[in-house]
Write a protein that binds this ligand. Structure first.
Ligand code: ADP
Ligand code: MG
Length: 354
């Protein structure tokens, strides 16, 4: 299907195509740039990409979301345009020696963009993998994830951590990726078959580049500077009490990093031992910490997660960078349909994603 779409848009057959899933973060929010643990899992939705090689340095990008074809060149700077991620990735692929020309790229996606489900990482990781697979240049999935992160950090200017790229590059469907973002050690944990990690979009959209994400990162930088360590999620009780002369807001941000890291550790153990009650209550606590200490939720999403639990989920939390996007809830398969319809009835702007 993606090859046919590529043919329609560019008039020839692509050299390579593939599908990359999005991911949902089950727990561990804003810990990935603070040296803490995260627990994302791949979802069935994702992005299909097809690439055709060119002989010049042009980059043409066509997304099924838009009618027109965007035309850029290797070396172009970001233009605050939806095609920036692709331009940045083809530029990077040339720098890494995976490509030595421009390319035509077609994109089809069933992943809502800007919803905290890593459409940007699916694009950059997926495209880098295809560029690698086109040639004979070996590159591990881990290296691809790291390079994809630099595209977002340096080319786009979003100071995101490594979680999205690692999750998209490494986690197979049906398993969660317990990732230590400081050491990059990871292990896969099976998600029990009797529960569903339901993703519901709040109907509120946001963009990471908007700035509020950046502000949280800068607040964490103050804590890093004070403690002289990057992995502030692992600060000791004594280090936490040494922050007492900083503004209350900064202390609250520190408490979220500290507690979220510990919750994520407990949640990985709970998932492993199939204790979904405990897993769910840790998700709900995570939401409360994002609401009260990190202050990245919105009243509508607070209500959505409260109703999710009221109607029978083991637990629920906003997922992603914040200020909109999706909720993830851990729901027993036996009540899923009824739960879904009750939640959606209360929240007419929300919609079920997967
Ligand atoms: P998230 O990664 O949470 O979905 P981001 O703001 O990080 O949100 O990335 C969204 C960006 O990724 C969009 O603004 C756009 O540039 C790009 N993108 C995602 N999906 C598509 C698509 N189907 N076609 C074109 N660009 C896309
Ligand atoms: Mg993103």
């Amino acid at each position: 299907m993606i090859s046919a779409f590529f043919g329609d848009r560019f008039g020839y057959s692509p050299n390579i195509s593939g599908f990359t899933p999005g991911r949902v973060n089950l727990i561990g929010e804003h810990t990935d740039y603070n040296g803490g643990l995260v627990l994302p899992a791949a979802i069935p939705l994702g992005i299909s990409l097809a690439v055709g090689l060119r002989e010049d340095d042009q980059i043409r990008v066509s997304s099924a979301l838009y009618e027109h074809i965007y035309v850029g060149r290797i070396g172009d700077k970001a233009q605050s345009h939806w095609a920036d991620y692709v331009i940045g990735t083809i530029h990077k692929a040339n720098n890494l020696g995976l490509l030595s020309t421009g390319a035509d790229i077609a994109i089809q996606s069933d992943l809502p963009s800007g919803a905290g489900l890593s459409s940007s990482a699916a694009l950059t990781v997926g495209l880098l993998k295809l560029c690698r697979d086109l040639g004979s240049h070996p590159m591990s999935e881990l290296e691809i994830a790291k390079q994809a992160q630099t595209i977002e950090n340096e080319f786009i200017g979003v100071p995101c951590g490594i979680m999205d790229q690692m999750a998209v590059a490494l986690s197979p469907p049906g398993q969660a990726l317990s990732l230590d973002t400081f050491t990059l050690d990871f292990k896969l944990i099976e998600i029990p078959g009797n529960v569903h990690m339901a993703v519901i979009h709040s109907g509120i959209y946001r963009q990471l580049s908007e700035g509020r994400y950046k502000v949280r990162k800068e607040e964490c930088d103050i804590i890093k500077k004070r403690l002289g360590r990057q992995d502030i999620c692992r600060m000791t009780d004594t280090e936490y009490s040494n922050l007492s002369d900083l503004p209350a807001t900064i202390q609250n941000r520190a408490r979220h990093c500290w507690s979220e890291h510990r919750r994520t550790k407990s949640a990985s153990l709970a998932l492993k031992s199939n204790d979904m009650k405990l897993f769910g209550s840790l998700m709900t606590e995570s939401h409360q910490s994002m609401r009260d200490d990190f202050e990245i939720t919105l009243p509508e999403i607070d209500k959505l997660t409260e109703d999710a639990v009221k109607f029978g989920a083991y637990g629920a939390r906003m997922t992603g960078g914040g200020f909109g996007g999706c909720m993830v809830a851990c729901v027993d398969e036996t009540i899923l349909d009824e739960w879904k319809s009750r939640v959606l009835k209360q929240h007419p702007n929300a919609f079920y994603v997967c």
